[in-house]
Design a protein around this ligand. Sequence first.
Ligand SMILES: [Zn+2]
Length: 210
Amino acid sequence: MIKVEKFILGDYMENCYLITDADTGEQALIDPGYESMELFQKLSNNHENNLKYILLTHGHFDHIGFVLKVYALTHAKIAIGEKEKDFLTQKKLNLSQFTMTQPLAPIDADILLKNNELLPLGNSSITYVSTPGHTQGSGCYIVDNNIFTGDTLMKCSMGRTDFPTGNDTEMKHSLHKISELTKNYTIYPGHGDNSTLDYEKSHNPYLGVL
Ligand SMILES: [Zn+2]
């Protein structure tokens, strides 16, 4: 089982999640998008340095802006979908060229994830699911009864498809793929409130209710 802690970061109210395997204390940080003293201190105070991964749902600036500092502190492995690699180095793709006075420095990924790839975290297992549409290499992470959906699926909404490499048809396929999951997962999106898959299936217009 994992424990989930949520941090809401930056001007775009980006959701960053710290997940901890309850048995072993091993941790992964999902989408550290903006510098956060609170989060930095929490990680610094963890003298065992249990942070094993920095997991990225996609490469937009508001989801990756704190990655390098967390990496320098913890040397956790940086993982992202294989088709999203260039977003970590190209400021036009990660949008930092247009949104930040100082565009983001390039980030080197340690793990380029393929669809359905498994990442062990203590006695838990994280599954990466490729869900392109918001960007070409967007993906979700599933652990136990939890799914971290980034900017693919949000409460009663979905991510935009008009940024570079966004694709409406791919987004529809990805949302359909999520809607076919049978468990009533807790949904932890990249922005906004948590939800559940059953709630989204009956309330989210993009999941095919209309
Ligand atoms: Zn995004």
